[in-house]
Design a protein around this ligand. Structure first.
Ligand code: DQA
Length: 160
């Protein structure tokens, strides 16, 4: 067993609190609570834990990313529309040196042109788009596997 339990911070940005009722034809009918639960279940399957936060305010998202330096081992983030505008969130993610998985529920590349560019993708290790809310499960599953395997490599070799 590894001594540590990898901790994953799941961040959701503006308007994602409205999941379930917001443009269901684009984002589906699952709520933010459903997303938080499916992320948590995916993490537990690997012996990892999740903490989830959502904010409609850029500064709060940046503060949460900074706090993750000491409280998390990896980040899953759907920054909503701030994905396409926020150099500050990009810099925060670059500054904390944690593995990052970027998630978008919709396939942003099949939508309006202003959604095609992400400031976050260049600092993310992995990007998942267009898988619906299942993208969060895929993101957590992927990150948890990576964190577990990194933790296993750090374990002292056992005597045979
Ligand atoms: C989104 C895509 C963004 O363009 C949009 O502003 C969102 C949600 C997605 O999950 O598909 O708020 O990040």
């Amino acid at each position: 067993m590894t001594a540590c339990t990898p901790r994953i911070l799941v961040i959701n940005g503006p308007n994602l609190n409205l999941l379930g009722s917001r443009e269901p034809d684009v984002y589906g009918t699952a709520t933010l609570d459903d997303v938080v639960n499916l992320a948590s279940d995916a993490a537990h399957a690997h012996g990892c834990t999740t903490t989830a936060m959502q904010s409609n305010h850029e500064g709060e998202l940046i503060d949460a990313i900074h706090a993750a330096r000491t409280s998390a081992d990896g980040i899953v983030i759907n920054a909503g529309a701030l994905t396409h505008t926020s150099i500050a969130i990009r810099d925060a993610l670059a500054g904390v040196d944690l593995p990052v998985v970027e998630v978008h529920i919709s396939n942003v590349h099949r939508r309006e042109e202003f959604r095609h560019h992400s400031f976050i993708s260049a600092v993310a290790d992995t990007v998942i788009v267009g898988a619906g809310v299942d993208g969060y499960r895929l993101a957590v599953d992927h990150l948890a596997r990576q964190l577990r395997s990194a933790a296993a490599q750090e374990e002292p070799a056992t005597e045979k």
